[in-house]
Design a protein around this ligand. Structure first.
Ligand SMILES: Nc1ncnc2c1ncn2[C@@H]1O[C@H](COP(=O)(O)OP(=O)(O)OP(=O)(O)O)[C@@H](O)[C@H]1O
Length: 267
């Protein structure tokens, strides 16, 4: 794809497991590693990247030279495109599948990305027709599956993995979100959604757990307020987990072992 080296899909079978939160933090962690990163929010019905990147309601992309092209919106050094930049998000999008797939394809083909190393696609939740069409249309180099550890989410995560297998997109690994609840007051920890789910599914599909993130008030507050953990608390354990996930994704997708782009200096 023009202006993009690698496309990585971030998906979950089940909704509300933290896919958008993981996408935005992973994008910011890749950027901290020195890569040029973009996010395409493919969640047409419930786009959340504008809020998570702190882009105000009503900000619209500028037209770019060319036929019906537009420039992505920049936030925290990330290039982004979302339905939220094109429509009024307070109005419900009552669209059928083909219209959703069409809107997604327009965003994919008409955005002028500026020299990206990675474009992360925040996929809509589920594995229905629309998701399968999107998975087929996106020339992705890899997919990251986000799940919570309980059985009901894992069941749906399996479907997500199967979907990418069908369209021959390699699954880079699984991110287990909301693994353990960590009380910020007393330090008590509780595995509210169970334990070991990510590992079980990774084993079953011969893939790996890229990282485990706690259920933490700060992750929600920071993402929902437009300044996700990786920019607000770059040295926290959560941000370090995202850095490790980012390195593994970059390595798997680049097929090389170095931890960032080569930087050279000249006079
Ligand atoms: N590890 C976490 N700890 C606490 N809150 C979290 C965590 N991950 C996500 N959240 C919160 O849970 C809510 C849902 O997360 P998010 O929107 O990322 O999920 P999603 O899977 O993308 O949802 P959707 O199905 O709507 O696309 C958000 O308010 C987010 O801030």
């Amino acid at each position: 794809m023009e202006g993009v080296k690698h496309i990585v899909a971030v998906a979950s079978g089940k909704g509300g497991v933290g896919k958008s939160t993981v996408t935005v933090n992973l994008a910011l962690a890749l950027a901290r590693e020195g890569y040029r990163v973009g996010i395409l929010d493919a969640d047409i019905h419930g786009p959340s990247q504008a809020q998570m990147l702190g882009v105000d309601e009503g900000v619209r992309p500028k037209a770019a030279p060319g036929d019906n092209k537009f420039l992505p919106i920049e936030a925290h050094g990330i290039q982004a495109m979302s339905m939220a930049f094109l429509v009024n998000t307070k109005e419900p999008m009552v669209w059928r599948g083909p219209m959703v797939a069409g809107a997604f394809q327009q965003m994919l083909n008409q955005t002028v990305w500026d020299d990206l190393d990675f474009l992360l696609i925040d996929m809509p939740p589920g594995t229905g027709d629309v998701q399968l069409t999107l998975a087929q249309k996106v020339p992705a180099s890899g997919a990251v599956i986000v799940t919570t550890p309980q059985d009901i989410a894992l069941l749906d995560a399996r479907k997500g993995i199967e979907m990418f297998r069908k369209v021959k997109v390699p699954v880079v690994g699984v991110v287990e979100n909301m693994s353990v609840y960590h009380c910020e007051q007393c330090g008590h920890e509780a595995a509210i959604f169970g334990t070991g789910g990510g590992e079980r599914i990774a084993e079953e599909y011969a893939t790996r757990v890229l990282g485990r993130l706690p259920l933490a008030l700060s992750i929600r507050e920071l993402a929902d307020s437009g300044k996700p953990s990786v920019v607000s608390e770059p040295d926290s354990a959560v941000s370090q987990t995202f850095a490790s996930i980012a390195r593994q994704v970059a390595e798997a997708v680049n097929g090389q072992s170095h931890q960032g782009p080569t930087i050279s200096f000249s006079e």
